[in-house]
Design a binder for this molecule. Structure first.
Ligand code: HGY
Ligand code: MN
Ligand code: MN
Length: 437
């Protein structure tokens, strides 16, 4: 696809209206976070809070004149018709499901930014040749049903609907049942027809843009992701009477894995590997009983697929070695999610960079440390992302997550201009820049 060459208009959105929408959505699933003293957001996929957020967003889509459809994976699409209804649409969007200790921006900026672009096009009476669609993908975080970018992976065909529906949360509740319970078991086909292009606006969730002193990131791609669940089976025993050499201590084995992962990262043998044990539990979890069982999740990230594969190998052989360390200890490993590094489309990246230049916004190019729906939709069409700078070293998955109103508006301005150019404004439509409100 060639990047749009027209020096088409630049589009400025209404930053205050965008901010109001962000703050209103953030109140759904809000909680007072004791650790930080801040207002956090807990809106796990397909919980009542997520369902309420979905209904609020669908209301805003309809107010903006979008035709809304929900597919069998619960993905929501709002469609703005173009002059050429047969033209493949330009797609934008992201997710509104959150982790349990979220802020107001992760995913939401991309969905509400897309709706704000539509509102601005409506305000200006701009018609585009191509339709424009705004997507809300289901279970992007993967924190409830254990597989991230799930809705977009089903839309792109990497994961089947049946497999996704059968995934269960820690209480054994199946995703398919939750779609039905919340009323988001839509009827539209879950496989997305390839759009013309996809551009997603998202907070960076890291320190790069702030350290570079810029608001905008042109995202070159996403690093590889590997999620595994490791269960260590030991033997419950009395904490006082059981000699050390007779123990099969699952807790000890789990601790050994945590420290081994950090040693792998610090060894430098696996490039820019990042390793996280986000969940760890021992059972029965009582003071005077040697742990019979331990479960932990391992999240590995690496921009280099070969180094990632070697790291996974190293981890697996370490787990196998632990089995020989204590009599009777065994381990089981379950893959939860695995995606290779994904490069984004050069032409779409250029379109984003050109839009930032035309807005007079400095920008840097960078690889995404986080996973995003864009990495799945990239399998269907030319795709790239606009990153928005965060404060406090871009902390995220923490209620301290914060991007200021200016940075959010700048990011969505760049998104709006990029989308407009890709969707091709129909001559005669008002195309002046909208003065920021
Ligand atoms: O895990 C991630 O990178 C994203 O937040 N789903
Ligand atoms: Mn996200
Ligand atoms: Mn996230």
């Amino acid at each position: 696809m060639t990047a749009p060459t027209t020096t088409a208009p630049i589009l400025r959105v209404d930053g205050d209206r965008l901010w109001r929408s962000l703050m209103e959505l953030a109140e759904i699933g809000a909680y007072d976070d004791e650790r930080t003293g801040l207002r956090g957001v807990n809106r796990l996929a397909l919980t009542d809070a997520d369902a309420a957020g979905r209904r609020l967003v669908i209301g805003w889509m309809r107010e903006a004149g979008l035709t809304v459809r929900v597919d069998r994976m619960g993905n929501i699409y709002g469609r703005r018709e173009g002059a050429d209804p047969d033209a493949r649409p330009v797609l934008t969007g992201s997710h509104i499901d959150s982790v349990a200790t979220a802020g107001a921006f992760d995913g939401c900026l991309g969905v509400l930014g897309g709706i704000e672009v539509v509102r601005t096009l409506n305000d200006l009476g701009i018609t585009t040749r191509r339709p424009l669609e705004v997507a809300v993908f289901t279970e992007e975080e993967g924190t409830r049903f254990g597989t991230d970018m799930l809705g977009s992976a089903v839309a792109a065909g990497r994961i089947t609907l049946g497999r996704a529906h059968a995934l269960t949360d820690r209480d054994g509740v199946a995703l398919g049942a939750e779609l039905t319970r919340t009323g988001f078991d839509g009827t539209a086909c879950e496989r997305l027809d390839p759009p013309h292009a996809y551009v997603e606006c998202h907070i960076e969730q890291g320190p790069v843009l702030a350290r570079a002193g810029v608001d905008i990131g042109v995202v070159t791609g996403v690093q590889g992701i590997s999620w595994q669940e490791i269960t260590l089976h030991g033997r419950a025993a009395h904490a006082g009477t059981t000699p050390t050499e007779l123990r099969a201590d699952a807790g000890l084995a789990a601790a050994r894995i945590v420290t081994h992962l950090r040693a792998m990262v610090e060894s430098g043998a696996y490039g820019e590997l990042r390793a996280t044990v986000g969940h760890m539990a021992v059972h029965p979890g009582l003071t005077n009983i040697v742990p019979a069982r331990a479960e932990l999740t391992v999240d590995l990230r690496n921009p280099d697929d070969a180094a990632m594969a070697r790291a996974e190998e190293d981890l697996l052989s370490h787990v196998r070695a632990l089995e020989g360390e204590q009599p009777g200890l065994t381990a089981s490993v379950r893959r939860m999610a695995r995606t290779a590094a994904v490069p984004f489309d050069e032409e779409v990246q250029k379109a984003v960079a050109r839009a930032a230049d035309d807005h007079g916004l400095a920008h840097v190019s960078l690889l995404s440390g986080a996973g995003h729906d864009a990495q799945e939709i990239a399998a269907l069409c030319p795709t790239a992302m606009v990153f928005v700078r965060g404060e406090y070293d871009g902390i995220s998955h923490n209620p301290r997550e914060y991007s200021n109103p200016e940075a959010c508006a700048h990011g969505v301005d760049v998104l709006a201009t990029t989308l407009l150019r890709l969707a091709e404004p129909v001559p005669g439509a008002a195309t002046d820049a909208v003065p920021r409100s």
